[in-house]
Design a protein around this ligand. Structure first.
Ligand SMILES: [Zn+2]
Length: 133
């Protein structure tokens, strides 16, 4: 692939072996082995437990698909202090991401102080409004 991008940061390679009879769940442990493939689309990575006979050690500059997920993660702060609350939440998230084989690329943080208010069940809010339609 002549026009492939060059990544300056690479998460660990993770094992592709299916687990738990689910098409979406994979072993995902660190994978030092790679299966030979005719096309880049069929390259797979495997851990020591799932290594196959023809697998080879993964080359440091191996071609791989890097997945980036943009999401909003919400935690309740461990403190009303903004700095302490954000620092603890980031440490918790970073650990979870690292344990799953990912790398956290932090863009921004926000925090606010507020109160949760449960929404009324649908029937109660209709009766309270007097709307019978
Ligand atoms: Zn595995």
């Amino acid at each position: 692939m002549p026009n492939e991008p060059v990544f300056l940061v690479r998460p660990i390679f993770r094992c592709c072996e299916p687990v738990e009879n689910s098409p979406r769940r994979r072993c995902a442990r660190p994978a030092p082995w790679s299966s030979p493939a005719d096309t880049p689309r069929h390259i797979t990575f495997r851990c020591d437990d799932h290594k196959r006979e023809n697998d080879r050690p993964v080359e440091l500059d191996a071609l791989f698909r890097r997945v980036s997920i943009t999401a909003e993660i919400l935690y309740s702060g461990i403190s009303m202090d903004q700095t302490a609350a954000i620092a603890e939440a980031l440490a918790t998230l970073e650990l979870a991401v690292e344990q799953s084989g990912g790398l956290l690329n932090l863009h921004t943080t926000h925090s606010a102080i507020g109160r949760w208010k449960a929404t009324a069940p649908l029937r109660s809010s209709i009766a309270a409004s007097g709307d019978r339609t």
